[in-house]
Design a protein around this ligand. Structure first.
Ligand code: C2E
Ligand code: MG
Ligand code: MG
Length: 567
């Protein structure tokens, strides 16, 4: 781990000063002057002083240095300390009778001077105090610039330095690069946080080493996300290969892999953060892609970005004009002789006046990035409770409806309270309003999500884990999950029936659900063969085009009427 620059003071809480002077009388005068306020260490010459610096290192708060000494003299000592990365930030006050030496010593990095013969005690005290304060302030600034774990620039300062970099290198073509560790949370879970930290440090250092020479700068933006701003290059594999140099997982079983997004030869007229958004956009295209670890921002992504921007721009008006509509897709229990309607899933659609119908698969992830999804989900939840009541009133029947709760919603402090208010207002119970939370939310922000899920369940909400199988939950996590149903991700149904039938994955998931004692819901079931097979395997509930596509509320009423007639 990189050293922090916050210093530890001696046991009594006093700061430590090293006095280096070959004349005993000088050492004693200074000791006398300072020992009430400071802890004092003494050295007779440069060699001795070096030993002390090596031993105390960062804990020294100040060195008072005589210039003329036998052996290693003051200037040589000063030069050596300032050339050493580890010690160069220890402030040094030079003591000399020769005022001509001042400029040279300042250039060598001295912080201040005390003339000989010594000035009055309070002058010495004042200079010493001020020098220590200044140096500590500077250390604090240094600390606020840096990420405490890796010692790399933190996000905010990184952006500032990148701007400075541009200022001084106007004509140099530059690349913005983001790097992210694939499935970092698995590493953390399997080998512990301390090991995870070690990996982050090592990777941070490796990346810095590979771009430092040409003047590139590096940041740990947050978690396992690294940013690089460096002169343009044609080949990026080197950075990637270097980054994982000397790294294998603790027991050698897990290869640590990174993915990298590059916005090459950046447009310097756009905002610095936006340049890195572009690099991230590229990186996101190869998330979960085992064959590709470098992605470049290109014109296709550019078009996508422009489209995304339009959607974000249009969002508020769309909410105002009610361009969003909630569709409902039925879920059937298939373990009875006849399929029985058990509930519905609410799925939002956007009827955009210029762009036509837009699928939530496109705009939800976008609105998750900037928090707009909270507003959207609030809108949807309101519509859903209103609709449940309307069905009750008009048809005398309703079924529970599940809504999709974004991971972003789960970070809202008053989520539980808001749900309560919403249901109270419409006199509904939590059994009528089910919540779907995607598995990857659990794995990415597990503590927070699990805590929130527990709160929601404690007041009666039922939680369905959505898209199960795509979030890379670990087995240990699964066994302690607070959930009420597992929804198998559509991808598994698709794959199982693709080329010949291979339903092993589905069987495993059904086994997991049995173990957890919760029902399994299969989504994306499109034909009879899939339905029958799932039924025989013991899957409880099915949702998919085989029964119905998501339909507007009016159309959904027919399922309710049917159910009413069955009863
Ligand atoms: P999801 O929650 O996993 O929803 C299931 C998706 O599968 C829906 O896509 C549904 O239309 C589709 N689907 C259902 N049966 C079949 C089938 O048999 N075949 C095929 N090919 N597809 C089927 P949709 O409506 O496009 O929604 C996509 C995703 O957007 C949802 O995945 C959900 O994660 C998110 N989403 C939808 N509505 C909302 C919402 O109101 N709030 C939030 N936060 N997310 C939402
Ligand atoms: Mg869902
Ligand atoms: Mg799903």
């Amino acid at each position: 781990m990189t050293k922090s620059n916050v210093k530890f003071h001696s046991h009594g809480g006093k700061r430590i000063i090293l006095i280096v002077d070959d004349e005993m009388i000088n050492r004693e005068i200074l000791r006398h002057t300072l020992e009430e306020e400071y802890d004092i260490l003494l050295a007779e010459n440069g060699e001795e002083a070096f030993e002390i610096v090596k031993e105390k290192g960062d804990n020294l708060n100040l060195i008072l240095l005589d210039l003329i000494m036998p052996g290693i003299d003051g200037k040589t000592f000063l030069r050596n300390i300032k050339a050493d990365n580890e010690y160069l930030h220890i402030p040094i006050i030079v003591m000399t009778a020769d005022d001509k030496a001042e400029v040279e010593c300042l250039e060598l990095g001295a912080a201040d001077f005390i003339p000989k013969p010594y000035p009055p005690k309070d002058v010495i005290m004042a200079r010493v105090k001020r020098t220590i304060e200044l140096s500590e302030d500077r250390d604090i600034i240094h600390d606020t610039e840096r990420d405490a774990l890796t010692g790399l620039y933190n996000r905010e300062y990184f952006y500032r330095y990148a701007e400075k970099y541009d200022h001084y290198h106007k004509d140099i073509e530059t690349d913005a690069i983001v790097l992210n560790i694939n499935h970092f949370h698995i590493l953390n879970e399997r080998f512990g946080k301390a090991y995870g930290d070690e990996v982050l440090c090592k990777i941070g250092q490796n990346i810095r080493d590979s771009v430092a020479e040409e003047g590139g700068i590096v940041s740990r933006r947050d978690a396992d996300n690294f940013l690089v701003y460096c002169p343009h290059r044609e080949i990026y594999a080197d950075i990637l290969n270097q980054a994982t140099r000397d790294l294998v997982s603790k027991d050698g079983s897990l290869k640590i892999r990174l993915r990298m997004g590059v916005y090459s030869n950046v447009d310097k007229s756009i905002d610095i953060e936006r340049r890195f958004d572009r690099a991230k956009l590229a990186a996101d295209t190869i998330r979960n892609n085992f064959n590709k670890s470098i992605a470049i921002y290109d014109s296709k992504l550019h078009d996508k970005e422009m489209y995304a921007e339009q959607l974000i721009d249009d969002f508020q008006k769309a909410i105002q004009d009610e361009q969003f509509e909630v569709y409902y897709q039925p879920k059937f229990n298939i373990q009875k002789d006849q399929p029985v309607l058990t509930s519905a899933e609410a799925l939002v659609r956007w009827f955009h006046p210029d762009l036509g119908v837009i699928s939530p698969g496109i705009f939800v992830p976008l609105f998750e990035e900037n928090g707009l999804v909270r507003q959207l989900d609030g809108f949807v939840w309101n519509k859903v409770v209103g609709q449940i009541n309307k069905w009750k009133k008009d048809l005398g029947i309703a079924v529970p409806v599940s809504v999709n709760v974004s991971r972003v919603d789960m970070f809202e402090a008053d989520l539980v309270e808001n749900f309560k208010i919403l249901l109270d207002k419409h006199k509904l119970t939590p059994e009528e309003f089910l919540l779907e939370i995607t598995e990857s939310a659990y794995t990415e922000d597990s503590d927070r999500i699990i805590d929130m899920v527990k709160q929601l369940r404690s007041i009666g909400f039922k939680i369905e884990m959505d898209d199960f199988g795509t979030g890379y939950s670990s087995l240990s996590m699964i066994s302690s999950l607070p959930i009420d149903a597992l929804k198998i991700d559509m991808g598994f149904i698709r794959k199982a029936f693709e080329n010949g039938k291979d339903t092993r994955m589905i069987e495993i998931i059904i086994d997991i659900a049995d173990y957890l004692n919760v029902p399994v819901i299969a989504e994306g079931v499109e034909n009879k063969e899939q339905m029958e097979t799932l039924k025989n395997m013991g899957c409880d509930i099915v949702q998919g085009y085989y029964f119905s596509k998501p339909v507007p509320a009016d159309e959904f009423a027919k399922f309710l009427v049917e159910k009413k007639n069955q009863a």
